[in-house]
Design a protein around this ligand. Structure first.
Ligand SMILES: NC(=O)c1ccc[n+]([C@@H]2O[C@H](COP(=O)([O-])OP(=O)(O)OC[C@H]3O[C@@H](n4cnc5c(N)ncnc54)[C@H](OP(=O)(O)O)[C@@H]3O)[C@@H](O)[C@H]2O)c1
Length: 296
């Protein structure tokens, strides 16, 4: 699992690691209070490769029943670059996870589940208030200065990087579902939209005023809002839903792979129009492979 050290991912890791449930390996930059920490910094592809090798070593002959890729960041702009020279939001949210997935796919047990955390904001129709994704072109997202349609206002550019990275997550799940080897092994892939979950660490890089509002809305003061807006969920509900997907207690109905948590209940709507585009999914898969140095 990634993203099991904070926010609702920590709640999910705690539930997964309850006695008798699962052995949980958590890719983490530091220590973790739940499961076993395996060093991982998603802002460095060499760290991702070391994480995959360490996971392989720790597993020995055993196989992975659930791969949960939940880590994510939001940045105030697109200036920051990772150790590999890619725009940070895209690199952490999509590219590094793509590499984790590719390296760990051979270690998945037959019938395993892969859960990737996305966001309803990947879909312009949700009017989430963030700049919607204009495309899922991996090269332009990795190097936004090459994007002819870019918005130079830092805040909007940062929002675009985030929503586009989450569209990439939906498309990665789409592409995975088309991999013949996975179908024959009975693997399931799900893109999980937790709704809006206040009070997590997600906005830590954003301005202080926004962080304060986020934290107040995440406290009991903000709880009544959940009655008004079905997309709002508490950390416990979102963590419980994520762990239920990982444990296979909730499974997608036939033909669905997008899970959206609404009022604490799992729903299975269609993702955005772009998120259902097989050609876009295939291109993203191949371009991502090229960027991380793998064959398509
Ligand atoms: N909260 C929401 O409203 C919302 C809505 C839609 C989607 N999401 C998505 O849900 C997921 C969890 O978000 P959250 O709200 O629970 O936020 P959070 O509390 O900030 O959790 C983010 C997790 O990602 C990890 N992470 C970040 N950068 C990393 C890196 N370079 N290497 C390794 N791990 C890294 C963090 O680890 P550290 O503990 O080391 O920082 C943390 O465990 C994210 O993918 C987010 O985009 C959240």
């Amino acid at each position: 699992m990634t993203g099991g050290t904070s926010g609702f991912g920590l709640v999910a890791a705690r539930r997964l690691a309850e006695p008798g449930r699962a052995r949980v390996l958590v890719g983490a930059r530091g220590t973790t209070s739940e499961g076993e920490a395996v060093p991982l910094d998603l802002a460095r592809l060499d760290s991702v490769r070391e994480f995959a090798a360490a996971t392989r070593y720790r597993l020995g002959d055993r196989r992975i029943d659930a791969l949960v890729l939940n880590a994510g960041v939001v940045r105030p702009g697109v200036e920051q670059r990772t150790a590999d020279g890619f725009e940070t939001t895209f690199a952490v949210n999509h590219l590094a996870h793509y590499l984790v997935l590719r390296l760990l796919l051979p270690l998945l047990a037959d019938g395993a589940v892969v859960v990737l955390t996305t966001s309803g904001a990947h879909d312009p129709a949700t009017r989430a208030g963030l700049a919607p994704p204009r495309h899922a072109d991996a090269t332009l997202l990795a190097f936004p200065e090459r994007d002819p349609g870019r918005d130079d206002r830092p805040r909007r550019a940062g929002q675009h990087a985030y929503t586009a990275s989450k569209l990439c997550t939906v498309l990665t799940v789409r592409a995975l579902s088309g991999v013949e080897d996975l179908r024959s092994r009975g693997l399931r892939a799900v893109a999980f939209d937790p709704g809006q979950v206040f009070g997590t660490g997600l906005v830590r890089a954003l301005p202080r005023r926004l962080r304060t509002v986020w934290s107040v809305l995440g406290s009991p003061v903000g709880a009544p809002l959940r009655w008004l807006d079905p997309t709002l969920n508490g950390r416990d509900d979102a963590g419980r839903a994520l762990s239920a997907l990982a444990l296979g207690h909730v499974a997608p109905p036939p033909g669905r792979s997008y899970a959206a948590l609404r009022r604490g209940r799992m729903t299975w709507p269609e993702p955005s129009e772009a998120g259902r585009d097989d050609e876009l999914a295939r291109r993203l898969w191949d371009d991502s492979a090229h960027l991380v140095g793998l064959a398509g």
